[in-house]
Design a protein around this ligand. Structure first.
Ligand SMILES: [Zn+2]
Length: 264
């Protein structure tokens, strides 16, 4: 795991101020991104240098993940996706997933939105999550719209084969491809939570480069919410952040000590 931790004399006083603000906040919304997944060994799907921007058999991965391309060449998508998307049992939740789940149980945070599609927040025990880019839990027939679970699809897709419906239609994971709209219900919920309700917004492991999720923290700031960003790389919203930490591991360790005190 890469270490971006800050020196204790820099980190500790900053965290202490953050802790004070945290204990006074009434409604905390969290957004998690690829940096959380990479700590579990999952490749960054969209970031610069991530596998979305790399090549697969001389094709841009972005092209493979385009909905029009999927509709004509599902076999290429499923060959590419076999190793990561359909072998999720190979990956385990990390300290960030555990800390988010614990904060949820203790009522410290209220809503969690994720840009990740790896089901690891759920694996850590946090179920009520908004998956901005969809979820491999759900899969639909492109002809008759019949639903298939991850467990039904994974044995076929993890071998790089196209899963077909009983009607012979191609089954597509309910993940947002390029050229597809985000789930309007999720977007509406984000507008309500970030744009009106929260008084603290915590960004964990997102470089805030992918729209529209990168708009959520901005909406929060616009309505007067405190912004906290924990990310190894710079983000376009750093100047708006009241608290800015580099290292997810260091920050989550400190958060757990805060939660220990709270639980006593
Ligand atoms: Zn069908």
């Amino acid at each position: 795991m890469l270490d971006y931790s800050e020196a204790p004399e820099v980190f500790n006083p900053k965290f202490e101020l953050f802790e004070q603000r945290l204990s006074k906040s009434r409604y905390i919304a969290v957004l998690t991104g690829a940096g959380v997944s990479t700590m579990s060994g999952i490749p960054d799907f969209r970031g610069t240098g991530g596998i979305y921007t790399s090549k697969y058999e001389h094709m841009d991965v972005e092209k493979i993940l385009n909905i029009d391309f999927f509709n004509t060449h599902p076999e290429i998508f499923y060959k590419w996706a076999a190793d990561v998307w359909f072998k999720l049992e190979n990956y385990k939740p990390n300290i960030v997933h555990e800390t988010v789940a614990r904060m949820g149980r203790l009522g410290v945070i209220h809503e969690v939105f994720t840009q990740n599609i790896d089901l690891l927040h759920q694996a850590a025990g946090f179920k009520e999550i908004y998956e901005v880019h969809g979820s491999p839990m759900h899969n639909y027939c492109t002809s008759c719209h019949k639903h298939y679970s991850y467990e039904q699809i994974a044995p076929i897709a993890s071998q790089g084969k196209v899963p077909y419906c009983s009607c012979h239609g191609v089954i597509k994971p309910d993940i947002v491809f390029y050229g597809e709209m985000l789930n309007p219900h999720t977007l509406q919920k984000a507008e309500e939570i970030f744009g009106r309700r929260c008084d603290m917004c915590m960004v964990l492991g997102s470089s805030l480069n992918v729209s529209p999720a990168n708009q959520f923290p901005y909406m929060a700031v616009q309505q007067g919410s405190t912004l906290v960003i924990v990310n190894a790389q710079e983000t376009p919203l750093d100047d708006y952040a009241t608290f800015r930490f580099n290292d997810l591991n260091q920050t989550c360790q400190a958060l757990n000590k805060y939660l220990d005190k709270k639980e006593k």
